[in-house]
Every structure is written in C-alpha cells, then in structure tokens.
Design a protein around this ligand. Structure first.
Ligand code: ZN
Length: 135
C-alpha cells in the first residue's frame, strides 16, 4: 500500500463540516436580524416622509382631513413625489402601505398619526398626540 498519497482523513473532513455548521448556525440568524432591522428603519423613513408631507398639507389647508375624510397617500402626491409607491418593506407581497388617522375633539386635533399597515409591529408615527417615535 502506497503511503505517500496525500489527502484528508474522514475525521478532518468531519471537523471542517462541523465548523462550517457552527458558523452558519450563528451567522444566519444574525443576518436575518439585520435584514429585519433594515426593513424597520426603511419603514420609519417612509413614515417620516409621509409626516413631512402631511405637515405641508396642513400648512396649506389648515386641516388634517380632506372633505372630512382621513387623508390618503394620493392626497399627498403634490408634496411627496412617490406617495403612491410608499409601501412598508416588511411585508411579503409588498402591497401594504400606510394609513393617516386624524382624530378631532372639540375643534382640536387630539391625534394625528401615520400607521403602518403591514402588521409587523411597527410603531405609529404621531404628528399630533404622542411624542414622535424614535427608531
Ligand atoms: Zn412598516
């Protein structure tokens, strides 16, 4: 039997496979967590952009509603170039956008907020009412 042939033993190969498995077990969840955080941050940015547009709408119309109904993203097209394309990145089919909910009591705005419709637990962004949410 020739002994000068070089190669890896079964034990060496198994050790390498175990090391790769451990690295993957640590890396994949960490990667998924980063992706989730990035999507939440993008959603935050979307809500802030909408809030800015709502502020501009309010400056022009002195109202957080249009003809008594809550504003839609289409109503903000004048102030926000991609208003209709703004969707929460954290939903599977990418169809869930945002809702603007304004509540009035005794001619005072008690709450004006941007709500993410993706249902992934993203905070509402308050323009009036609670303190603005920080990411
Ligand atoms: Zn969202």
């Amino acid at each position: 039997m020739k002994r000068d042939q070089r190669g890896f033993t079964l034990m060496e190969l198994m050790i390498v496979i175990v090391i790769i498995g451990v690295l993957a077990a640590i890396g994949v969840p960490a990667y998924n967590n980063y992706v989730k955080k990035a999507k939440a941050a993008a959603c935050d940015a979307n809500r802030r952009s909408i809030a800015t547009a709502v502020g501009l709408y309010y400056a022009e119309h002195s109202d957080y509603k249009k003809d008594g109904a809550d504003l839609t993203l289409s109503d903000l097209e004048q102030y926000l170039d991609n208003a209709d394309d703004l969707k929460c990145p954290d939903n599977k089919d990418g169809t869930k956008g945002y809702t603007i909910v304004a509540t009035e009591s005794d001619s005072k705005w008690t709450s004006v907020k941007i709500v993410c419709n993706a249902g992934t637990g993203h905070d509402d962004y308050y323009i009036v009412g609670a303190a603005p949410t920080e990411p």
